[in-house]
Design a protein around this ligand. Structure first.
Ligand SMILES: NC(=O)c1ccc[n+]([C@@H]2O[C@H](COP(=O)([O-])OP(=O)(O)OC[C@H]3O[C@@H](n4cnc5c(N)ncnc54)[C@H](O)[C@@H]3O)[C@@H](O)[C@H]2O)c1
Length: 426
Protein backbone atom coordinates (compact mmCIF):
# COMPACT_ATOMS: atom_id res chain seq x y z
CA UNK A 1 0.00 0.00 0.00
CA UNK A 2 1.22 3.47 -0.84
CA UNK A 3 3.03 5.68 1.66
CA UNK A 4 2.01 9.32 1.72
CA UNK A 5 3.19 12.49 3.38
CA UNK A 6 2.20 12.89 6.98
CA UNK A 7 -0.98 15.00 7.18
CA UNK A 8 -0.82 18.48 8.75
CA UNK A 9 -3.51 17.76 11.33
CA UNK A 10 -4.00 14.68 13.45
CA UNK A 11 -4.43 13.67 17.08
CA UNK A 12 -3.15 10.20 17.89
CA UNK A 13 -1.38 8.79 20.93
CA UNK A 14 2.08 7.96 19.65
CA UNK A 15 3.35 7.91 16.07
CA UNK A 16 6.14 5.51 17.00
CA UNK A 17 3.50 2.75 17.28
CA UNK A 18 2.96 2.88 13.51
CA UNK A 19 5.03 -0.15 12.47
CA UNK A 20 3.12 -2.43 14.84
CA UNK A 21 -0.14 -0.97 13.53
CA UNK A 22 0.93 -1.49 9.92
CA UNK A 23 1.68 -5.16 10.57
CA UNK A 24 -1.68 -5.69 12.26
CA UNK A 25 -3.57 -3.88 9.48
CA UNK A 26 -1.91 -6.21 6.97
CA UNK A 27 -2.81 -9.24 9.13
CA UNK A 28 -6.49 -8.19 9.11
CA UNK A 29 -6.35 -7.60 5.36
CA UNK A 30 -5.63 -11.31 4.80
CA UNK A 31 -9.07 -12.09 6.23
CA UNK A 32 -10.89 -9.48 4.15
CA UNK A 33 -11.01 -10.90 0.61
CA UNK A 34 -14.33 -9.30 -0.33
CA UNK A 35 -13.16 -5.82 0.60
CA UNK A 36 -9.90 -6.53 -1.26
CA UNK A 37 -11.80 -7.30 -4.48
CA UNK A 38 -13.77 -4.07 -4.11
CA UNK A 39 -10.55 -2.16 -3.49
CA UNK A 40 -9.02 -3.57 -6.68
CA UNK A 41 -12.00 -2.34 -8.67
CA UNK A 42 -11.94 1.08 -6.98
CA UNK A 43 -8.25 1.43 -7.84
CA UNK A 44 -9.21 1.32 -11.51
CA UNK A 45 -12.55 3.14 -11.42
CA UNK A 46 -11.74 5.85 -8.80
CA UNK A 47 -15.41 6.34 -7.83
CA UNK A 48 -14.62 8.86 -5.07
CA UNK A 49 -12.28 11.19 -6.95
CA UNK A 50 -12.12 14.46 -5.02
CA UNK A 51 -14.95 13.53 -2.62
CA UNK A 52 -14.46 14.51 1.06
CA UNK A 53 -15.40 11.59 3.32
CA UNK A 54 -15.46 11.86 7.13
CA UNK A 55 -15.39 8.44 8.77
CA UNK A 56 -16.47 8.13 12.40
CA UNK A 57 -15.68 4.54 13.31
CA UNK A 58 -13.97 2.29 15.82
CA UNK A 59 -10.36 2.82 14.78
CA UNK A 60 -9.37 -0.83 14.41
CA UNK A 61 -7.34 -2.83 11.91
CA UNK A 62 -10.50 -3.61 9.94
CA UNK A 63 -11.55 0.03 9.78
CA UNK A 64 -8.07 0.87 8.52
CA UNK A 65 -8.68 -1.49 5.63
CA UNK A 66 -11.96 0.27 4.85
CA UNK A 67 -10.21 3.65 4.95
CA UNK A 68 -7.49 2.41 2.59
CA UNK A 69 -10.23 1.23 0.22
CA UNK A 70 -11.74 4.74 0.22
CA UNK A 71 -8.32 6.30 -0.39
CA UNK A 72 -7.59 3.99 -3.29
CA UNK A 73 -10.97 5.00 -4.73
CA UNK A 74 -9.84 8.65 -4.72
CA UNK A 75 -11.50 9.97 -1.53
CA UNK A 76 -10.05 12.65 0.72
CA UNK A 77 -10.60 11.24 4.16
CA UNK A 78 -10.60 12.25 7.80
CA UNK A 79 -11.07 9.59 10.48
CA UNK A 80 -12.33 10.05 14.05
CA UNK A 81 -13.10 7.55 16.80
CA UNK A 82 -16.73 6.54 17.29
CA UNK A 83 -16.07 5.65 20.93
CA UNK A 84 -13.55 6.96 23.47
CA UNK A 85 -12.32 3.46 24.40
CA UNK A 86 -12.32 1.60 21.08
CA UNK A 87 -9.28 3.11 19.34
CA UNK A 88 -6.27 0.92 18.63
CA UNK A 89 -3.49 3.49 19.01
CA UNK A 90 -1.03 1.62 16.79
CA UNK A 91 -3.57 1.52 13.96
CA UNK A 92 -4.27 5.24 14.32
CA UNK A 93 -0.51 5.91 14.14
CA UNK A 94 -0.04 3.78 11.05
CA UNK A 95 -2.89 5.49 9.21
CA UNK A 96 -1.16 8.82 9.84
CA UNK A 97 2.43 7.74 9.16
CA UNK A 98 2.04 5.15 6.43
CA UNK A 99 -1.02 6.45 4.62
CA UNK A 100 -1.14 10.20 5.28
CA UNK A 101 -4.65 10.08 6.80
CA UNK A 102 -5.80 12.78 9.24
CA UNK A 103 -6.81 10.66 12.23
CA UNK A 104 -8.26 12.07 15.46
CA UNK A 105 -8.54 9.17 17.88
CA UNK A 106 -6.81 8.28 21.13
CA UNK A 107 -7.78 5.29 23.27
CA UNK A 108 -9.17 6.62 26.57
CA UNK A 109 -9.88 10.12 25.23
CA UNK A 110 -12.25 12.18 27.37
CA UNK A 111 -15.80 12.91 26.31
CA UNK A 112 -14.73 16.54 25.63
CA UNK A 113 -11.95 15.34 23.31
CA UNK A 114 -14.36 12.94 21.63
CA UNK A 115 -16.81 15.79 21.02
CA UNK A 116 -14.00 18.06 19.80
CA UNK A 117 -13.03 15.38 17.27
CA UNK A 118 -16.63 15.25 16.03
CA UNK A 119 -16.33 19.01 15.42
CA UNK A 120 -12.99 18.46 13.63
CA UNK A 121 -14.67 15.95 11.31
CA UNK A 122 -17.29 18.59 10.49
CA UNK A 123 -14.63 21.32 10.01
CA UNK A 124 -13.48 19.15 7.09
CA UNK A 125 -16.84 19.93 5.41
CA UNK A 126 -17.60 16.30 4.54
CA UNK A 127 -19.70 15.41 1.53
CA UNK A 128 -20.14 11.84 2.73
CA UNK A 129 -20.31 10.88 6.41
CA UNK A 130 -19.57 7.32 7.45
CA UNK A 131 -21.07 7.22 10.92
CA UNK A 132 -21.24 4.67 13.72
CA UNK A 133 -23.90 5.64 16.24
CA UNK A 134 -24.89 8.80 14.33
CA UNK A 135 -23.06 11.35 16.49
CA UNK A 136 -21.57 13.20 13.50
CA UNK A 137 -24.89 13.47 11.69
CA UNK A 138 -26.71 14.49 14.90
CA UNK A 139 -24.10 17.22 15.56
CA UNK A 140 -24.35 18.41 11.96
CA UNK A 141 -28.13 18.74 12.24
CA UNK A 142 -27.96 20.47 15.62
CA UNK A 143 -24.94 22.74 15.25
CA UNK A 144 -23.84 23.03 11.61
CA UNK A 145 -27.04 23.65 9.67
CA UNK A 146 -25.20 25.74 7.04
CA UNK A 147 -23.16 22.66 6.06
CA UNK A 148 -26.11 20.33 5.50
CA UNK A 149 -26.31 21.25 1.83
CA UNK A 150 -22.70 20.00 1.30
CA UNK A 151 -23.72 16.48 2.26
CA UNK A 152 -24.42 13.92 -0.47
CA UNK A 153 -25.37 11.34 2.13
CA UNK A 154 -24.38 9.26 5.11
CA UNK A 155 -23.83 5.58 5.79
CA UNK A 156 -24.61 4.18 9.22
CA UNK A 157 -22.84 1.16 10.68
CA UNK A 158 -24.88 0.20 13.73
CA UNK A 159 -28.41 -0.53 14.98
CA UNK A 160 -28.39 2.37 17.45
CA UNK A 161 -27.38 4.87 14.74
CA UNK A 162 -30.21 3.70 12.49
CA UNK A 163 -32.73 4.08 15.31
CA UNK A 164 -31.52 7.70 15.65
CA UNK A 165 -31.65 8.33 11.88
CA UNK A 166 -35.22 7.03 11.76
CA UNK A 167 -36.12 9.44 14.57
CA UNK A 168 -34.54 12.31 12.57
CA UNK A 169 -36.55 11.20 9.52
CA UNK A 170 -39.79 11.15 11.53
CA UNK A 171 -39.01 14.68 12.74
CA UNK A 172 -38.51 15.78 9.09
CA UNK A 173 -34.92 16.75 9.83
CA UNK A 174 -33.06 14.30 7.62
CA UNK A 175 -32.59 16.17 4.36
CA UNK A 176 -30.18 13.74 2.68
CA UNK A 177 -30.11 9.99 2.03
CA UNK A 178 -28.79 7.68 4.75
CA UNK A 179 -27.67 4.16 3.86
CA UNK A 180 -28.61 1.72 6.64
CA UNK A 181 -25.52 -0.49 6.34
CA UNK A 182 -26.47 -2.35 9.54
CA UNK A 183 -29.74 -3.48 8.00
CA UNK A 184 -28.08 -5.31 5.11
CA UNK A 185 -28.41 -9.03 5.71
CA UNK A 186 -24.69 -9.54 5.09
CA UNK A 187 -24.09 -7.11 7.97
CA UNK A 188 -26.31 -7.83 10.95
CA UNK A 189 -26.77 -11.58 10.42
CA UNK A 190 -23.03 -12.04 10.72
CA UNK A 191 -21.36 -8.98 12.32
CA UNK A 192 -23.94 -8.45 15.07
CA UNK A 193 -24.48 -12.15 15.72
CA UNK A 194 -21.16 -13.93 15.21
CA UNK A 195 -18.89 -10.88 15.57
CA UNK A 196 -20.45 -9.48 18.74
CA UNK A 197 -21.08 -13.01 20.03
CA UNK A 198 -17.43 -14.00 19.93
CA UNK A 199 -15.74 -10.67 20.62
CA UNK A 200 -17.93 -9.76 23.62
CA UNK A 201 -16.89 -12.94 25.40
CA UNK A 202 -13.32 -12.33 24.25
CA UNK A 203 -13.45 -8.89 25.91
CA UNK A 204 -14.85 -10.31 29.17
CA UNK A 205 -12.27 -13.07 29.25
CA UNK A 206 -9.33 -10.78 28.42
CA UNK A 207 -10.41 -8.30 31.10
CA UNK A 208 -11.02 -10.87 33.86
CA UNK A 209 -9.61 -14.27 32.81
CA UNK A 210 -12.66 -15.90 34.43
CA UNK A 211 -13.97 -19.34 33.54
CA UNK A 212 -17.43 -19.20 32.00
CA UNK A 213 -18.24 -22.90 32.41
CA UNK A 214 -20.84 -23.36 35.12
CA UNK A 215 -21.50 -19.63 35.56
CA UNK A 216 -24.89 -18.02 35.11
CA UNK A 217 -24.66 -15.43 32.35
CA UNK A 218 -27.59 -13.03 32.01
CA UNK A 219 -27.90 -11.63 28.48
CA UNK A 220 -30.05 -8.51 28.36
CA UNK A 221 -31.70 -8.21 24.93
CA UNK A 222 -32.19 -11.07 22.45
CA UNK A 223 -31.69 -9.18 19.20
CA UNK A 224 -28.95 -10.00 16.71
CA UNK A 225 -26.15 -9.28 19.17
CA UNK A 226 -27.91 -10.94 22.10
CA UNK A 227 -28.49 -14.14 20.12
CA UNK A 228 -24.78 -14.32 19.29
CA UNK A 229 -23.66 -13.61 22.85
CA UNK A 230 -26.11 -16.19 24.29
CA UNK A 231 -25.09 -18.85 21.78
CA UNK A 232 -21.36 -18.39 22.43
CA UNK A 233 -21.76 -18.18 26.24
CA UNK A 234 -23.66 -21.48 26.15
CA UNK A 235 -20.88 -22.92 23.98
CA UNK A 236 -18.40 -22.12 26.73
CA UNK A 237 -20.52 -23.95 29.30
CA UNK A 238 -22.45 -21.09 30.89
CA UNK A 239 -26.07 -21.33 32.03
CA UNK A 240 -27.66 -18.54 30.04
CA UNK A 241 -30.64 -16.48 31.21
CA UNK A 242 -32.19 -13.99 28.77
CA UNK A 243 -34.19 -10.87 29.61
CA UNK A 244 -36.35 -9.17 26.95
CA UNK A 245 -39.18 -6.69 26.53
CA UNK A 246 -40.31 -8.01 23.12
CA UNK A 247 -42.62 -11.07 23.36
CA UNK A 248 -41.54 -12.45 19.97
CA UNK A 249 -37.83 -12.29 20.81
CA UNK A 250 -38.62 -13.75 24.24
CA UNK A 251 -40.42 -16.75 22.68
CA UNK A 252 -37.46 -17.19 20.33
CA UNK A 253 -35.08 -17.26 23.30
CA UNK A 254 -37.27 -19.82 25.10
CA UNK A 255 -37.39 -22.04 22.01
CA UNK A 256 -33.63 -21.67 21.60
CA UNK A 257 -33.44 -23.29 25.03
CA UNK A 258 -32.71 -20.33 27.31
CA UNK A 259 -34.45 -19.37 30.56
CA UNK A 260 -36.31 -16.08 30.12
CA UNK A 261 -37.39 -13.86 33.01
CA UNK A 262 -37.60 -10.19 34.02
CA UNK A 263 -34.42 -8.42 35.13
CA UNK A 264 -35.61 -8.27 38.73
CA UNK A 265 -35.75 -12.07 38.84
CA UNK A 266 -32.47 -12.49 36.95
CA UNK A 267 -30.53 -10.01 39.11
CA UNK A 268 -29.98 -12.39 42.08
CA UNK A 269 -29.09 -15.32 39.79
CA UNK A 270 -26.44 -13.88 37.52
CA UNK A 271 -22.68 -14.20 37.89
CA UNK A 272 -22.13 -12.13 34.74
CA UNK A 273 -24.53 -9.65 33.12
CA UNK A 274 -24.12 -8.54 29.50
CA UNK A 275 -26.33 -5.81 28.03
CA UNK A 276 -26.90 -5.64 24.25
CA UNK A 277 -30.13 -3.71 23.78
CA UNK A 278 -29.35 -0.24 22.39
CA UNK A 279 -31.60 1.02 25.21
CA UNK A 280 -30.83 3.03 28.32
CA UNK A 281 -30.63 1.86 31.95
CA UNK A 282 -31.64 -1.72 31.20
CA UNK A 283 -29.72 -2.58 34.37
CA UNK A 284 -30.88 0.14 36.71
CA UNK A 285 -30.31 1.38 40.24
CA UNK A 286 -32.89 -1.01 41.71
CA UNK A 287 -31.19 -4.08 40.20
CA UNK A 288 -27.65 -3.73 41.61
CA UNK A 289 -28.64 -4.27 45.31
CA UNK A 290 -30.33 -7.55 44.30
CA UNK A 291 -27.12 -8.94 42.79
CA UNK A 292 -24.69 -11.42 44.36
CA UNK A 293 -21.41 -10.32 45.90
CA UNK A 294 -18.87 -10.31 43.05
CA UNK A 295 -21.39 -10.07 40.22
CA UNK A 296 -19.80 -8.80 37.00
CA UNK A 297 -21.70 -6.37 34.77
CA UNK A 298 -20.73 -5.15 31.32
CA UNK A 299 -22.19 -3.78 28.12
CA UNK A 300 -21.72 -4.53 24.44
CA UNK A 301 -24.45 -2.20 23.14
CA UNK A 302 -23.39 0.95 21.33
CA UNK A 303 -23.56 3.63 24.01
CA UNK A 304 -22.40 3.53 27.63
CA UNK A 305 -25.86 4.19 29.05
CA UNK A 306 -27.23 0.65 29.14
CA UNK A 307 -25.92 0.23 32.72
CA UNK A 308 -27.06 2.98 35.06
CA UNK A 309 -23.60 3.63 36.48
CA UNK A 310 -24.65 6.98 37.95
CA UNK A 311 -27.11 5.13 40.18
CA UNK A 312 -24.48 2.50 41.02
CA UNK A 313 -22.04 5.23 42.10
CA UNK A 314 -24.74 6.83 44.27
CA UNK A 315 -25.46 3.61 46.17
CA UNK A 316 -21.78 2.64 46.53
CA UNK A 317 -19.49 3.86 49.27
CA UNK A 318 -16.24 3.01 47.51
CA UNK A 319 -14.79 1.95 44.19
CA UNK A 320 -11.42 0.68 43.16
CA UNK A 321 -9.68 -0.36 39.96
CA UNK A 322 -8.70 -4.04 40.20
CA UNK A 323 -7.17 -4.55 36.75
CA UNK A 324 -7.34 -2.64 33.47
CA UNK A 325 -11.03 -2.32 32.51
CA UNK A 326 -12.13 -3.89 35.85
CA UNK A 327 -13.58 -1.59 38.51
CA UNK A 328 -15.18 -2.78 41.73
CA UNK A 329 -17.96 -0.89 43.51
CA UNK A 330 -18.94 -1.74 47.09
CA UNK A 331 -22.59 -1.09 47.94
CA UNK A 332 -23.23 1.06 51.01
CA UNK A 333 -26.13 -1.12 52.17
CA UNK A 334 -25.61 -4.84 51.84
CA UNK A 335 -21.89 -4.51 51.19
CA UNK A 336 -21.90 -6.52 47.93
CA UNK A 337 -19.10 -5.86 45.49
CA UNK A 338 -20.31 -5.22 41.95
CA UNK A 339 -17.68 -5.39 39.24
CA UNK A 340 -18.06 -3.17 36.17
CA UNK A 341 -16.02 -3.88 33.05
CA UNK A 342 -14.79 -1.28 30.55
CA UNK A 343 -16.59 1.65 32.22
CA UNK A 344 -19.82 0.31 30.73
CA UNK A 345 -18.58 0.93 27.18
CA UNK A 346 -18.64 -1.76 24.47
CA UNK A 347 -16.56 -4.43 26.17
CA UNK A 348 -15.52 -6.15 22.95
CA UNK A 349 -13.75 -3.00 21.77
CA UNK A 350 -12.63 -1.66 25.15
CA UNK A 351 -10.93 -4.83 26.41
CA UNK A 352 -10.48 -6.84 23.21
CA UNK A 353 -10.01 -6.02 19.53
CA UNK A 354 -13.61 -5.85 18.35
CA UNK A 355 -14.95 -8.19 15.71
CA UNK A 356 -12.62 -10.47 13.81
CA UNK A 357 -11.65 -9.23 10.35
CA UNK A 358 -13.39 -12.08 8.55
CA UNK A 359 -16.81 -10.83 9.68
CA UNK A 360 -15.96 -7.13 9.23
CA UNK A 361 -15.06 -8.03 5.64
CA UNK A 362 -18.75 -8.20 4.76
CA UNK A 363 -19.76 -5.24 6.95
CA UNK A 364 -17.16 -3.01 5.36
CA UNK A 365 -17.88 -4.33 1.87
CA UNK A 366 -21.37 -2.96 2.57
CA UNK A 367 -19.87 0.34 3.76
CA UNK A 368 -17.65 0.73 0.67
CA UNK A 369 -20.49 -0.14 -1.72
CA UNK A 370 -22.91 2.13 0.14
CA UNK A 371 -20.57 5.10 -0.25
CA UNK A 372 -20.22 4.25 -3.94
CA UNK A 373 -24.02 3.95 -4.26
CA UNK A 374 -24.53 7.39 -2.69
CA UNK A 375 -22.07 8.94 -5.13
CA UNK A 376 -23.47 7.11 -8.17
CA UNK A 377 -27.04 8.07 -7.25
CA UNK A 378 -26.14 11.63 -6.21
CA UNK A 379 -29.23 13.83 -6.56
CA UNK A 380 -31.50 10.85 -7.30
CA UNK A 381 -32.13 9.38 -3.83
CA UNK A 382 -34.88 10.85 -1.67
CA UNK A 383 -33.90 12.11 1.78
CA UNK A 384 -34.34 9.41 4.44
CA UNK A 385 -33.10 5.97 5.40
CA UNK A 386 -32.32 3.57 2.51
CA UNK A 387 -31.24 -0.05 2.20
CA UNK A 388 -28.62 -1.12 -0.32
CA UNK A 389 -30.36 -2.99 -3.15
CA UNK A 390 -30.82 -6.69 -2.35
CA UNK A 391 -28.67 -7.77 -5.30
CA UNK A 392 -25.68 -6.06 -3.67
CA UNK A 393 -26.30 -8.06 -0.47
CA UNK A 394 -26.48 -11.26 -2.50
CA UNK A 395 -23.33 -10.31 -4.41
CA UNK A 396 -21.40 -9.75 -1.16
CA UNK A 397 -22.56 -13.14 0.17
CA UNK A 398 -21.54 -14.76 -3.13
CA UNK A 399 -18.06 -13.24 -2.95
CA UNK A 400 -17.70 -14.36 0.67
CA UNK A 401 -18.69 -17.92 -0.25
CA UNK A 402 -16.12 -17.87 -3.05
CA UNK A 403 -13.45 -16.67 -0.64
CA UNK A 404 -14.42 -19.43 1.80
CA UNK A 405 -14.17 -22.02 -0.99
CA UNK A 406 -17.84 -22.96 -0.61
CA UNK A 407 -20.02 -23.56 -3.66
CA UNK A 408 -23.79 -23.89 -3.71
CA UNK A 409 -26.46 -25.08 -6.11
CA UNK A 410 -28.25 -22.95 -8.68
CA UNK A 411 -31.89 -23.23 -9.65
CA UNK A 412 -32.68 -25.40 -12.66
CA UNK A 413 -34.94 -23.85 -15.32
CA UNK A 414 -37.69 -26.26 -14.19
CA UNK A 415 -37.34 -24.92 -10.63
CA UNK A 416 -37.37 -21.29 -11.78
CA UNK A 417 -40.56 -21.98 -13.68
CA UNK A 418 -42.13 -23.76 -10.67
CA UNK A 419 -41.20 -20.95 -8.27
CA UNK A 420 -42.61 -18.26 -10.54
CA UNK A 421 -45.91 -19.92 -11.43
CA UNK A 422 -49.05 -20.74 -9.47
CA UNK A 423 -50.66 -23.51 -11.55
CA UNK A 424 -48.88 -26.54 -10.08
CA UNK A 425 -50.17 -27.87 -6.72
CA UNK A 426 -50.22 -31.43 -5.44
N1 LIG B 1 -20.45 -4.41 20.45
C1 LIG B 1 -20.48 -4.31 19.13
O1 LIG B 1 -19.45 -4.41 18.46
C2 LIG B 1 -21.78 -4.10 18.44
C3 LIG B 1 -21.99 -4.62 17.15
C4 LIG B 1 -23.25 -4.44 16.56
C5 LIG B 1 -24.25 -3.73 17.23
N2 LIG B 1 -23.97 -3.21 18.47
C6 LIG B 1 -24.97 -2.47 19.25
O2 LIG B 1 -25.62 -3.42 20.11
C7 LIG B 1 -26.96 -2.99 20.40
C8 LIG B 1 -27.94 -4.09 20.00
O3 LIG B 1 -27.87 -4.29 18.59
P1 LIG B 1 -28.77 -5.43 17.87
O4 LIG B 1 -28.40 -5.37 16.44
O5 LIG B 1 -28.73 -6.70 18.63
O6 LIG B 1 -30.23 -4.74 18.07
P2 LIG B 1 -31.67 -5.46 18.00
O7 LIG B 1 -32.63 -4.36 17.78
O8 LIG B 1 -31.62 -6.61 17.05
O9 LIG B 1 -31.83 -6.07 19.48
C9 LIG B 1 -31.99 -5.31 20.64
C10 LIG B 1 -32.91 -6.11 21.56
O10 LIG B 1 -32.94 -5.52 22.85
C11 LIG B 1 -34.27 -5.64 23.34
N3 LIG B 1 -34.49 -4.67 24.43
C12 LIG B 1 -34.72 -3.33 24.35
N4 LIG B 1 -34.90 -2.82 25.60
C13 LIG B 1 -34.75 -3.85 26.46
C14 LIG B 1 -34.82 -3.96 27.88
N5 LIG B 1 -35.11 -2.91 28.66
N6 LIG B 1 -34.60 -5.19 28.44
C15 LIG B 1 -34.35 -6.27 27.68
N7 LIG B 1 -34.29 -6.23 26.33
C16 LIG B 1 -34.48 -5.04 25.74
C17 LIG B 1 -35.13 -5.39 22.10
O11 LIG B 1 -36.44 -5.89 22.27
C18 LIG B 1 -34.36 -6.14 21.04
O12 LIG B 1 -34.77 -7.49 20.91
C19 LIG B 1 -27.13 -1.68 19.62
O13 LIG B 1 -26.79 -0.61 20.46
C20 LIG B 1 -26.10 -1.81 18.51
O14 LIG B 1 -25.76 -0.55 17.98
C21 LIG B 1 -22.79 -3.40 19.10
Amino acid sequence: MMTQNKPKNFDVKDLSLSSEGKQRIEWAEREMPVLRLIRERFAVEKPFSGIRVAACAHVTTETANLVLTLLVGGAETVVIASNPLSTQDDVAASLVVDHGVSVFAVKGESTETYNRHVQTALDFRPQVIIDDGSDVVATLLKERKSQISDVIGTTEETTTGIVRLQAMERANLLSFPAMAVNNAQTKHLFDNRYGTGQSTLDGIIRATNILLAGRTVVVVGYGWCGKGVSMRARGLGANVVVTEINPIKAVEAVMDGFRVMPMEAAAPLGDIFITVTGNRHVIDGLHFPKMKDGAIVCNSGHFDLELNLTALREISHQSKQLRPFVEEFTLREGGQRIIVLGEGRLINLAAAEGHPASVMDMSFANQALSVEYLIKKRGQLAPGVHLLPEEVDVEIAGLKLKALGVSIDTLTSEQVEYLTSWETGT
